[in-house]
Design a protein around this ligand. Structure first.
Ligand code: AMP
Length: 212
């Protein structure tokens, strides 16, 4: 099964992708994590991506599509996958459709819907593990030990693009460039919409009900 997670930054896509991948027994990636991995390895692609990510705007399509296609075509993904954060605009969605043509196409676009006020609140306090990318929240769900990941002991930090001044831009970019994909996948008959304002478990149950 091949599934994408759609929704604004802060909707909980990363958290839910972990559970969905476990349930479907498929691999998972987030395009943002692929960029951050490149950055921590010091690759040219990572350095280029960082100049866009730090401003909260999209990395150019040719770079993004090339990187994600390489991931999709790797043998680990032959049994299906969950992809979070891609596609992010109509051009990427069309390239993605072409890429999956010979692979049976996409099975489901899961859309996690969250109001703008709630997003600002979540993103402004978001913390992330530098090692395994597990998300935390400064007041809603902090790590047990300050600065240390419960799962892997890695360093918990605030992503540069989770600082309040960049959060607004990311939400604006989402509304203008990414939100049209909701209609794109609805028209393709692939969209399943879930209310993202319940507990992590409630939202996860609703998503899993759409794919099982
Ligand atoms: P995320 O971790 O999904 O919030 O992504 C962090 C940043 O990575 C975004 O603000 C963009 O700069 C970049 N990025 C992630 N996915 C994409 C994509 N599909 N297209 C373009 N840029 C992306």
């Amino acid at each position: 099964m091949k599934v994408i997670l759609l929704g604004p930054p802060g909707a909980g896509k990363g958290t839910q992708a972990v559970r969905i991948a476990e349930v479907l027994k498929v691999t998972r990636a987030a395009s943002g994590d692929l960029f951050r991995e490149n950055l921590s390895k010091g690759t040219e692609l990572g350095k280029l991506a960082q100049t866009y990510m730090s401003r909260g705007i999209l990395v150019p399509d040719d770079v993004t599509i090339g990187m994600v296609n390489a991931w999709i075509n790797a043998k680990e993904q032959a049994g299906g996958f969950v992809l979070d954060g891609f596609p992010r605009n109509l051009h990427q969605a069309e390239a993605f459709e072409k890429q999956l043509d010979g692979k049976g196409g996409l099975d489901k676009a899961l859309y996690i819907n969250v109001s703008k006020d709630e997003l600002v609140r979540r993103l402004s306090g978001r913390l992330t593990c530098r090692n395994c990318q597990t998300p935390y929240h400064i007041s809603i769900s902090p790590p047990k030990e300050e600065g240390e990941c419960d799962r892997c002991g890695g360093e918990v930090y605030q992503r540069a693009d989770d600082k309040p001044e960049v959060v607004e831009t990311r939400i604006r970019v989402y509304l203008s460039e990414t939100s049209p994909l909701v209609d794109f996948y609805r028209e393709a008959g692939l969209l399943a919409e879930v209310n993202g304002e319940g507990t992590i478990e409630e939202v996860g149950d609703a998503l899993i009900a759409e794919i099982t």
